[in-house]
Design a protein around this ligand. Structure first.
Ligand SMILES: *Cc1c(COP(=O)(O)O)cnc(C)c1O
Length: 333
């Protein structure tokens, strides 16, 4: 069966780098949405707890529920509670949705500082706060999200300035004890003297941050994907491999088939155009549940750095990682 190996030393190395920036582990909120970026929700939650992380960010109530024993604070990014629940914090993404939260819900207000995806605008803050109050919600934090912190443009500065205005506005309105946070991985690494209440880090903790602003090589990938040999055959020059006979052998060769395919998250667009870290070429169309390689090993390392395979597939490490099926066994090293 295919296997995902998680390197705990690398994970802790990445958290060490992040904690150095935040100056305390308490300000790190680890983003665990979408099965912890494909790494495995419970496996990562357990390693994070062992390291001393007390905060997590998830997408849904169901995710929050499954990791509630691991963290003190859990922020849900995109879900609405059906009944009052004071264990988790919920994100308000839109002014018109405030009325959907039951009275007593602990909430964080998202502010749109340029990304134009979710959150209320600066001009809507006053109205939002008054509806939140009327609705009987407990507002604990205000946050925003960067759209291009990994790129060398002025947008990062513009968003930081707008968020400063948000903070001023909230202060003017007389609200006390509100926490503020804005940084994701890319934003944190380019922040010189971090002084917000929290960071929401995902990709850097998993060791796959790519930034045009910051040399992120010190972060080490946590996840490797391996597959097992289904069968092996020796084929003659000219033999064609796999569906649609798209690949023709240039010489006699041993060709093995491994139990990893596009249904597992090994993208079909990589067909006959991918070489493993150990130098074995993938040949023929990648099938749903298997793929062939010029290789004879019983166990084959498919990738150990999602950034690299993402480049070959013309996408991001985020998509490679979150495409890995939850049914693949995860093993912590
Ligand atoms: C996914 C997400 C993050 C984490 O981003 P990374 O680039 O993985 O660090 C932080 N905040 C919000 C709101 C997110 O949706």
């Amino acid at each position: 069966m295919p296997l995902i190996k998680l390197n705990k030393n690398n994970f802790f190395n990445n958290l060490d780098i992040i904690a150095k920036k935040t100056k305390t582990k308490d300000k790190i909120a680890l983003v665990l949405k979408d099965n912890a970026y494909g790494h495995g929700l419970l496996e990562v939650a357990s390693m994070a707890k062992e390291y001393g992380i007390t905060k997590a960010v998830v997408r849904t109530y169901d995710e929050a529920k499954s990791v509630e024993d691991f963290f003190e604070y859990i922020l849900i990014l995109a879900d609405t509670p059906k009944e009052k629940n004071d264990r988790f914090l919920y994100t308000i993404n839109d002014l018109n949705h405030i009325k959907d939260f039951p009275s007593g819900t602990r909430v964080e207000l998202k502010v749109d500082t340029l990304m134009h995806r979710n959150g209320v605008m600066l001009e809507e803050i006053k109205e939002s706060l008054s509806i939140i109050k009327k609705q009987g919600l407990h507002l604990e934090a205000i946050f925003t999200h960067h759209r291009s912190a990994d790129e060398l443009t002025s947008e990062w500065y513009v968003q930081n300035e707008t968020f400063q205005k948000v903070k001023q506005k909230v202060e003017e309105l007389g609200l006390k004890n509100i926490r503020f946070h804005s940084a994701n991985s890319a934003s944190l690494v380019r922040t010189q003297d971090f002084n917000e209440d929290m960071v929401r880090v995902g990709i850097a903790a998993y060791g796959c941050l790519e930034s045009h602003v910051y040399d992120a090589k010190e972060f080490k990938p946590v996840l490797s994907l391996l597959a097992s040999q289904n069968s092996v055959r020796t084929l003659n020059k000219g033999a064609r491999v796999g569906y649609s006979a798209n690949y023709t052998l240039g010489c006699d060769a041993k060709v093995s088939n491994y139990d990893i395919g596009y249904a597992d998250g090994f993208f079909r667009c990589l067909s006959s155009n991918y070489t493993t870290p150990q130098g074995f070429a993938q040949v023929g169309n990648i099938s749903m549940d298997n793929a062939s390689f010029l290789c004879d090993a019983k166990e084959l390392l498919i990738f150990d750095d999602a950034k690299k395979i993402a480049r070959d597939a013309n996408t991001l490490a985020y998509e490679i990682l979150t495409s890995l099926k939850a049914s693949i066994k995860r093993e912590v090293l």
